[in-house]
Design a protein around this ligand. Sequence first.
Ligand code: MTE
Ligand code: MO
Length: 439
Amino acid sequence: MERGTRPNAADGNNFSTSRRRLLASSGLAAIGAVMGGAMPLTRNGAGIPQAHAQAAPPAAPPSAAAPAAGKGPQHLKYPGKHEGLVVLGEKPLVAETPESLLDDDTTPIDKFYIRNNGQIPEETKNPDAWKITIDGEVNNKVEITLGELKSKYKAVTRRMVLECGGNGRAGFSPPARGNQWGNGGAGCAEWTGVPLADLLKKAGLKPSAKYTAHYAADLHLSGDPSKPSISRGVRLEKAMDPNTMIVWAMNGQPLPNIHGGPVRLVVPGWSGSASQKWLTRITIRDREHDGPGMTEFSYRTPIKPMVPGGKGDPANFRILESMPVRSIITNPANGAKFAAGTKELKLRGASWAGDLTVKQVDVSLDFGANWQRTTLEKPKNKYDWQRWTATVKLPTDGYFEIWARATDSKGAMQPHLAGFWNPQGYGGNAMHRIAVLVG
Ligand SMILES: Nc1nc2c(c(=O)[nH]1)N[C@H]1C(S)=C(S)[C@@H](COP(=O)(O)O)O[C@H]1N2
Ligand SMILES: [Mo]
């Protein structure tokens, strides 16, 4: 299909439902077409999605994006999880939280996104007997049960963002491979556990120690027990950061099985894939890890920018680490309707910036011509997200898009569109946009 004939080619990553529908109907044929033709330019991020232009949006359904004719998003049916979550994949199970469901200061467990790469293991009946091993480039191999970990080490609780490395992927054009996340592959929960550094100190790192390799109990989709479903790792510096934790509780509850219970890693600020669920073993290596999720285009981005839709050379890619700055509008929901004569809107949102903090969040009602600074809260602790609020005046009734744009502590701002295209779509942090109708 030609780019120009794609009816929804202008929809932004926040209007991901129509985009997913588009993807479902066209498959990935667009990539081939684009590569065979002229050099593609990055798609214009502005514009009104069809569903909004044609019909009045519905009053804030939990799915946020306005369903047009045909099938809307598929909602999650999973014990203990909110039905507003949108299924991006069933095998493995992947579900996204619409931005408007991320309106709590602390993301409740039922609203927290789900990302699996393999089979979900059965819930353990005896969590305290769960064993974790630390081996490799250490002086003393450590084998410890969760029960011992809880009783022998000092527990800490921190509110920290967990974000999938592919968050924002739906903004890429041509489409990048993988789950088409809007901005809801993220959540901010209270995690309780011990710093990984405490265990690594106990094990005693050899001078050769450089990198971690994480292993878990979930089976590969194929069922082959010799293949990890995913096995990522981090540089030792990140592993020794006191905020990198082995956790067993989420929002004060025992860590649910679906989120990696009884015990997982939380490596805040970096791609969520490093935060191994159902953690069984950490092997310390003398070089960068090479498990599934560490090679080729997987969680790796180009060293020099590549042609969108082009074929990359893995030799020019490096591993993805800190996530980029992002803000979301959590209230109102995309598609919200307000009574005629409404003079102002109260906006709420959240923002975060990987290893950095957020310096400011601005909002625009006129496609970026004018920006208004929001009131931004401080994080509770490092890696917490920062909530923001704003009251915006409406000049008239009518159709408005609200755009939100965060700036990180180093001055980097969210771009208008997902740039720096890469085959698996990492680093897409286009500013969030919603549409509302007044009157
Ligand atoms: N064992 C294991 N750990 C894993 C994964 C997995 O598939 N298996 N997925 C990773 C990815 S890609 C992400 S984004 C987060 C998602 O955590 P959540 O499902 O609790 O939101 O877990 C990470 N840890
Ligand atoms: Mo992820």
